[in-house]
Design a protein around this ligand. Structure first.
Ligand SMILES: Nc1ncnc2c1ncn2[C@@H]1O[C@H](COP(=O)(O)OP(=O)(O)O)[C@@H](O)[C@H]1O
Ligand SMILES: [Mg+2]
Length: 428
């Protein structure tokens, strides 16, 4: 089979790496890809949101399976476009992807179908939102303010004071920092607890959970500093006990897929719930309609089942025939980021030690590329999140040790990474 992966980050490097291992796959193309994906096949210079360009390429090359990494092409309707031409493509339709594209849509769906989530209000004018804040009891602080639309992980504000909340509303609705994504906002209650990612695959009927995983959003150790796209992840995540996992499936994942169906939006592909867990109960922070980045890197290191079989079963509606098998070991990914990230960051910095880092891991470490580029045979930084050093270990302690031993071999000026990825699992 000829496979096309759409996207250019660490998640797509992991997807291309895993797809290449399938006996069914003869070649992997990644559009636009990065120097990591180039190692598993051929990069094609077409951007992830150039739907017509991707379609023309898939038709010309007779691609047998297209896998969409990021949310943007899904929300633009790439699955509908490809399916109309008879192409097989893994992911939800445009109507399905609304679950991630609009916070208002997903909050309303959760409330309508009794899926546990924080209480919320929706506002379409700054005036009404500011009025709501003025009348807010200080006991309700902190409060969470979210731009309705896609904002590349920057559209959520945790406000500790009424002034912060006023400022957030102005940034989103008056200064329009996220464009039309900020035409509407959600103001919701702050949830305390420990975050976890719950990722499942569905064909619209059967819902099959992936192994548990946990991301690390804030940029600094012990969850300090501003949120990022994710500074590291590991799997399994002991905060998601087998009992909790069962409950999440029954109260959140299956009801969400059924709800989408009832709304005339049959959902297939990956359903990813961002959860807050407290006292053994989970509430939904948001739904995503694609694989998490960086959770995908450790998850795919552990996945034993042929990923092509899983994706084809999701597309063809035969997921009930598939059982997922997982490596018993723990996988852990440390994200190395550019100086300044998640604010403005430097680019074009030479990276060294990539090969030594993988050698150090003796087959149990993969360095996935995210924000890198190749120039004259050298690898340079080109994004905020640069690399995901991912290791398998017999337990969490050994995965941590291996991932960091390899991370320390990689050097670029201004590089920073969290030193405490996986520590929450160790404390348990
Ligand atoms: N209601 C909430 N209570 C506490 N923290 C929240 C809440 N909603 C979001 N957050 C925090 O903000 C982060 C981003 O919010 P999320 O809804 O996942 O939006 P996005 O990923 O689109 O930026 C979450 O990972 C979580 O850390
Ligand atoms: Mg999120």
């Amino acid at each position: 089979m000829k496979v096309l992966v759409v996207g250019a980050g660490g998640r797509e490097d992991a997807l291309a790496w895993k797809l290449k291992q399938s006996k069914k796959v003869s070649c992997v193309f990644t559009a636009p890809g990065n120097p990591g994906t180039a190692k598993h096949g051929t990069n094609v210079p077409i951007k992830a949101d150039d739907l017509e360009g991707l379609l023309a390429f898939a038709l010309k090359e007779k691609i047998d399976l297209t896998v969409i990494g990021p949310e943007l092409p899904l929300t633009l309707g790439i699955v509908d476009l490809f399916e109309a031409k008879g192409l097989k493509v893994f992911g939800p339709s445009k109507l399905g992807a609304e679950l991630e594209r609009s916070k208002v849509f997903s909050k309303k769906l959760m409330i309508d179908y009794n899926i546990p989530t924080a209480k919320y209000y929706e506002f379409t004018t700054a005036e009404k939102a500011l009025n709501h804040i003025r009348n807010l009891d200080k006991n309700n602080l902190p409060i969470v303010i979210k731009a309705d639309g896609l904002a590349a992980g920057k559209g959520v504000f945790i406000c500790q004071s009424l002034d912060d909340a006023t400022e957030a509303i102005k940034i989103i609705m008056e200064k329009k920092e996220f464009g039309s994504a900020g035409d509407t906002i959600v103001i919701e209650d702050f949830l305390e607890g420990e975050e976890a990612s719950f990722i499942a695959v569905t064909d619209g009927n059967t819902v099959t959970p992936f192994a548990s995983s946990q991301d690390h959003k804030p940029v600094f150790d012990t969850d300090q500093g501003p949120n990022t796209g994710g500074m590291g992840a590991y799997s399994p995540a002991p905060v998601v006990t087998p009992e909790l996992s069962k409950e999440i499936m029954e109260k959140i994942m299956i009801p969400a897929v059924r709800a989408m169906d009832s709304e005339g939006r049959p959902f297939k592909g990956v359903l990813y719930a961002g959860l807050m867990i407290k006292n053994g109960k989970a509430k939904v922070l948001e739904f995503n309609c694609r694989f998490g980045d960086p959770e995908t890197q450790p998850l795919l290191m552990r996945l034993r089942t042929d990923i092509v079989d899983i994706m084809l079963a999701s597309i063809d509606g035969t997921l009930d025939k598939i059982t997922l098998e997982w490596d018993k070991r723990t996988a852990l990914c440390v994200v190395m980021a550019s100086e300044g990230y998640p604010s403005d960051y430097t680019k074009g910095v030479l990276i060294s030690g990539l090969e030594i880092a993988e050698q150090e891991g003796s087959g149990e470490v993969v360095v996935f590329h995210a924000g890198t580029t190749e120039q004259y045979g050298k690898i340079l930084t080109s994004g905020g999140r640069v690399l995901g050093v991912t290791a398998l270990g017999s337990d969490i302690a050994s995965a941590i040790k291996k991932a960091y031993a390899s991370t320390e071999k990689i050097k670029f000026k201004g590089a920073h990474y969290r030193a405490d990825i996986g520590q929450k699992a160790v404390s348990r």
